[in-house]
Design a protein around this ligand. Structure first.
Ligand code: PLP
Length: 389
């Protein structure tokens, strides 16, 4: 089967032996014409579904007008997007091209902000994920991603997620920031508890430490609100976004409170492609679609339906140990290491899911997915679990 595909790319990915060629809503088709239900959204990128006609039209139109001029000049859709994000968060934006880059910008801004007070240390959570570039990788509290690349950036330490005293014990007068995912994504869908995130927020305020929330995976409707932090009654100092922001066009953003953003002066940070015409036009269309189609509310409603269906499965299959998640960011933890086998069997039957470990299956469906599509996907999952047990 593999002979079908080229092997001239560097071997950083273990890929399934198939290629998709077409998508619509929560459906994908492969090169053989086989249809799939998508419970993954390209890892929480296609929140508005595949090939949403409004996004397609916006991109096509912009492609014919202008793609790129550089940040030496004003880029009108970039400014419009920043205004839009300001109206949603009260924050100013810096645009880049990915989640890792957004976190790099956040790390640099936190360092710049802390500089005058001699603060440079950053605390992150064990089991977190913030990206693959050196700064973001240094923030990522997982040995398996870091091991080969030591030594990493100095000044990072790791505390237990959802354990306030673990974080408190690492804070000192040199700490400039705490970086957290409101729901750990790659780590297996672990939501922060309200007590924990509110406690961190309070500690950070008291000690003049910046709170960076990495909403690269949780952002833009996924958890039932535009940003996941809105569910927690906390106000971060910096937010990072990427994945779903461009609906499939690469874009990242670092948002910061104006008083924090001031720590960056012209020349301190930049990105050639960051916030270019195509990417920011796409992001504007994505925000329009999320608002017009009330996809945040939809993520709550359909997410509850999805969770109920998973609870029904749990009653039938004792191998399901736990169901976790918020809105349309859900996971099932199994009591035996068969998650990857479940994923490949589901794929054979036309369902796209993903394993974050040998034990955890992750679900990140497009927010536009239909109830029948969820039901069909769940019935495939049921078949697979029946086969394996
Ligand atoms: C995916 C992800 C990143 C990295 O994003 P890239 O665009 O792959 O660099 C960072 N943080 C979180 C929480 C993510 O889920």
């Amino acid at each position: 089967m593999n002979e079908m595909f080229s092997s001239y790319t560097i071997g950083t990915y273990k890929r399934f032996p198939l290629a998709f060629v077409k998508g619509e809503g929560a459906k994908l088709w492969d090169s053989e014409g086989k249809e799939y239900i998508d419970f993954l959204s390209g890892i929480s990128v296609c929140n508005i579904g595949h090939c949403h006609p409004k996004l397609v039209e916006a991109i096509q139109k912009q492609a014919g007008l202008l793609l790129h001029t550089s940040n030496l000049f004003h880029i009108l859709p970039q400014e419009k997007l920043a205004e839009r994000l300001y109206n949603l968060t009260g924050m100013l934006s810096f645009f880049c091209n990915s989640g890792a880059e957004a976190n790099e910008a956040a790390i640099k801004l936190a360092r710049a902000y802390g500089k005058a007070k001699g603060r440079y240390k950053i605390i992150s959570a064990l089991n977190s994920f913030h990206g693959r570039t050196f700064g973001a990788l240094s923030a990522t509290g997982q040995k398996k991603y870091q091991e080969k690349f030591q030594p990493l950036l100095p000044g990072f330490s790791y505390a237990l997620f959802n354990d306030l005293s673990s974080f408190a014990s690492l804070m000192d007068d040199e700490t400039c920031a705490v970086i957290l995912e409101p729901v750990q994504g790659e780590g297996g869908i672990h939501p922060a508890t309200k007590e924990f995130l509110q406690g961190i927020y309070k500690l950070c305020r008291e000690r003049d430490i910046l709170l960076i929330l990495d909403e690269v995976q949780t952002g833009l409707g996924r958890c039932g609100t535009m940003f996941c932090y809105q569910l927690y009654d906390v106000v971060p100092d910096i937010i990072t976004l990427a994945k779903s922001l461009g609906g499939g066009i690469p874009i990242g953003a670092m948002l910061a409170k104006p008083e924090v953003a001031k720590a960056f002066a012209p020349g301190d940070h930049a990105s050639t492609f960051g916030g270019n015409f195509l990417a920011t036009t796409a992001a504007l269309a994505v925000l329009d679609i999320i608002e017009e189609e009330k996809l945040c509310e939809r993520a709550q409603v359909i997410g509850n339906f999805f969770k109920e269906k998973l609870e029904e499965l749990k009653k039938i299959f004792p191998c399901i140990r736990e169901i976790r998640g918020i809105g349309m960011m859900l996971a099932v933890e199994l009591d035996s290491p068969i998650a990857r086998e479940v994923v490949s069997r589901a794929l054979e039957k036309g369902l796209i899911i993903n394993a974050t470990s040998d034990y955890v299956i992750r679900f990140l469906p497009p927010l536009v997915i239909k109830q029948e599509e969820i039901e069909k996907g769940i019935s495939i999952l049921k078949e697979v679990l029946n086969e394996l047990l």
